[in-house]
Ligand binder design. Structure first.
Ligand SMILES: C[S@@+](CC[C@H](N)C(=O)[O-])C[C@H]1O[C@@H](n2cnc3c(N)ncnc32)[C@H](O)[C@@H]1O
Length: 260
């Protein structure tokens, strides 16, 4: 993790972040006022929160198979469940935002790269019309995530086990064109761009891509900038912690920092 990169990302974000008064594109104005800033589309997340609270108290140790950039806080291969829950998961504020996006756009097929303990996955799966394909390579983590899915009785989740570098390309060969992809696995420059290229080949006009930790390191900031500049990306939104991409052909190419 690069402190400088995070500090610079934060500074640029707060310097440039705007609210609805600066949004003149109807699509973006509606998205901001009805989804990003409003919680009226939120679901009842109480059960997921209670599973999450139990994980935060769980001191048992698990052996981690590290296939990505690892944790910025704990680089040991033996970590407590509590530490993973504290430091490696999407914040619940953002997970709830992803749920609202799913509901607003009536999203059906979602890919999540990086399951970890499955808490964010449960938020994505809360909208029952969806089918989630979540990818994870650490077997012990997968076992905990599966238990959490059972506890929440979430039946619309399929875990694809193994190294995403192999499982993701072969999965996409099966012609599924995802409506949403959440990239939150290997926080390095090259794999992030490789996953993005694979998505480009399999996207449709309304596919939404969310990338977590876009300013986690210099590598991630560089990858995010190049992705935003890609000609197929028509709208890119920087929320500091994550970035959201749209490819809709009827939008004029724009980049925004939105207050959240
Ligand atoms: C930041 S955590 C994911 C957090 C989860 N999306 C959430 O919000 O709760 C990243 C996860 O990606 C997994 N991962 C990283 N690189 C991977 C790879 N190349 N193949 C499979 N899994 C990988 C790690 O094992 C870890 O569990």
């Amino acid at each position: 993790m690069s402190f400088l990169s995070q500090a610079s990302g934060l500074f640029t974000y707060y310097f440039n972040a705007v609210n609805e008064h600066s949004l003149h594109t109807p699509f973006l104005y509606e998205l901001y006022t009805k989804v990003v800033k409003s919680d009226h589309l939120n679901g009842d997340f109480s059960e997921i929160k209670s599973i999450y609270k139990k994980l935060l108290k769980d001191k048992s140790k698990v052996h981690i198979t590290e296939l990505g950039a690892g944790s910025s806080v704990n680089s040991s291969t033996s970590r407590s469940v509590r530490s993973i829950a504290q430091h490696s998961l999407t914040s619940l504020k953002f997970s709830a935002l992803y749920y609202r996006l799913i509901k607003y756009f009536n999203i059906r097929h979602i890919i999540e790269l990086g399951t970890s303990l499955g808490i964010n996955t449960l938020y994505l799966a809360k909208y029952e019309a969806t089918k989630i394909y979540t990818f994870e390579g650490c077997q012990n983590t997968i076992n905990i995530a599966k238990t959490n899915f059972e506890k929440a009785e979430a039946t619309n989740i399929k875990i694809i086990e193994g190294n995403i570098n192999q499982t993701f390309p072969s999965f996409l060969n099966g012609q599924l064109k995802p409506d949403m992809v959440y990239i939150d696995a290997n926080h390095h420059y090259t794999p992030t761009l490789r996953y993005f290229d694979l998505i480009l080949k399999n996207r449709h006009d309304n596919t939404i891509v969310i990338i977590d930790d876009i300013h986690w390191s210099e590598e991630m900031s560089k990858a995010w900038k190049e992705i935003c500049d890609h000609p197929e990306v028509s709208l890119s939104i920087d929320l500091n912690r994550c970035g959201i991409l749209f490819f809709k052909h009827d939008l004029t190419k724009q980049h925004f920092y939105l207050m959240f």
